[in-house]
Design a protein around this ligand. Structure first.
Ligand code: SAH
Length: 378
């Protein structure tokens, strides 16, 4: 491959702090607070504390986000609580559907006009949402559409959660034919690097998993956090006492290539990032998912399969090969199927469990790495 410029990663970018100076966080929302925080706020507003539970039951229990539909609240109360607890965070710009209704992409405009996207995917046995944790992304992976635009800002905890609650409501309405109506899985594989927005993402995970009406009542095991490999944050995550699945976007088994494909590798090398992954597996008992986009003539050589096999053999790991979804104007392509099959065969021969990810949402640019929100700002 032709060599790419080396993109320096500043500590600010890694910490998620290099957002534009104009970036502004949204107003507070009930999903930013735990139940006792909501009670406190409601009491400060001069309302009885039980109203906090009432509004929470609407939002997390019944997936009602519109205060106008909370008709068991007296109109005046509703208005006051809506203003303090239910500001509109996501304005739908467009929803697109494909795969016979089993995949749906939602594009949102945030209060500061930033755009983010989420994807709902129905399967016979489960419903998954893929959500964004940042507007844009600072990690600059050259094959990823989001990586090209840079980071605008971190999303708030409630902005992250509201994507899941909205799409859980869509699923509950029976819109995803042939799938359960209850949202069961959440993957942090939309726009952004979740571990660069660490505190808000952790709070969002805790709330997604808290039983209703405090949260959405999902199982921690059904949440996947995908990272480029921010080693200190991976180690911190291992100590949170959460049973979430960690996905590591490896994409190359050698530093030479990974320095280009995942520029943060210039700071934390393959050996360090895998060490942190194995520590995560050891501490949580959870199998780590190794993400590997198959890029024609770039990272798909048999010797790289063998090297990857040697690095992963005997580890609590599963390889998820992702056929590259070429971004517009990209000079890269997906590996041919026979090359992909040989890569799988070699990994399996090395004793590494390997699957190829489906390519849901391709027609609506909802597939991996295509969430670029290429809509013009007004
Ligand atoms: N920042 C996180 C999560 C977002 S991307 C991360 O990098 O893990 C989710 C997954 O999609 C990552 O594994 C990412 O490398 C992969 N991806 C990005 N662009 C892609 C593309 N064009 N084709 C296939 N996979 C892609």
């Amino acid at each position: 491959m032709t060599s790419l410029p080396v993109i320096p990663i500043s500590p600010d970018v890694v910490a998620g702090a290099a957002a534009s100076p104009r970036a502004s966080m949204p107003p507070r929302h009930l999903a930013d607070l735990d139940l006792s925080g909501r009670r406190e706020l409601v009491t400060e507003l001069g309302e009885p504390a039980f109203r906090a539970k009432q509004v929470s039951t609407h939002y997390f229990g019944r997936l009602v986000r519109d205060p106008a539909q909370m008709t068991d609240l007296p109109a005046a109360v509703r208005e006051r609580l809506a203003e303090a607890l239910l500001p509109t965070l996501l304005r739908p710009v467009r929803e697109m559907v494909c795969d016979d209704g089993a995949t749906r992409k939602a594009l949102w405009r945030l209060h500061d006009n930033s755009l983010v996207e989420s994807v709902l995917m129905g399967y016979p046995d489960r419903v998954t949402v893929c959500i964004s944790s940042q507007a844009g992304c600072g990690m600059a992976c050259p094959f990823c559409a989001t990586g090209q635009a840079g980071l605008t800002r971190n999303l708030s905890t409630a902005e992250i959660i509201d994507q899941a609650v909205y799409l859980a409501g869509v699923a509950a309405s029976g819109a995803v034919a042939g799938s359960p109506s209850r949202l069961s899985h959440v993957v942090f594989m939309g726009m952004g690097e979740p571990l660069a927005n660490y505190a808000r993402v952790i709070a969002a995970i805790r709330r997604l998993c808290a039983p209703a009406p405090e949260g959405l009542g999902l199982s921690q095991r059904h949440i996947t956090v995908s990272t480029v490999g921010l080693v200190p944050a991976m180690r911190r995550l291992a100590g949170e006492g959460l049973s979430v699945t960690l996905a590591l976007s490896l994409h190359a088994p050698d530093d030479d290539l990974r320095d280009e494909l995942v520029p943060v590798n210039q700071r934390w090398k393959v050996a360090e990032v895998l060490d942190a992954a194995w520590d995560y597996a050891a501490r949580t008992g959870r199998r780590v998912s190794i993400e590997y986009a198959m890029i024609k003539d770039v990272n798909d050589q048999p010797w790289r399969a063998d090297l990857l096999g040697r690095l992963l053999a005997g580890r609590l790991a599963h390889v998820n090969l992702i056929p590259l979804n070429p971004t517009p104007g990209s000079r890269w392509d997906a590996s041919p199927k026979p090359v992909e099959r040989e890569f799988v065969r070699r990994l399996r021969e090395a004793g590494v469990s390997t699957t190829v990810r489906d390519t849901r949402g391709r027609e609506i640019d909802g597939a991996c790495g295509q969430l670029a929100a290429a809509e013009e700002a007004p």
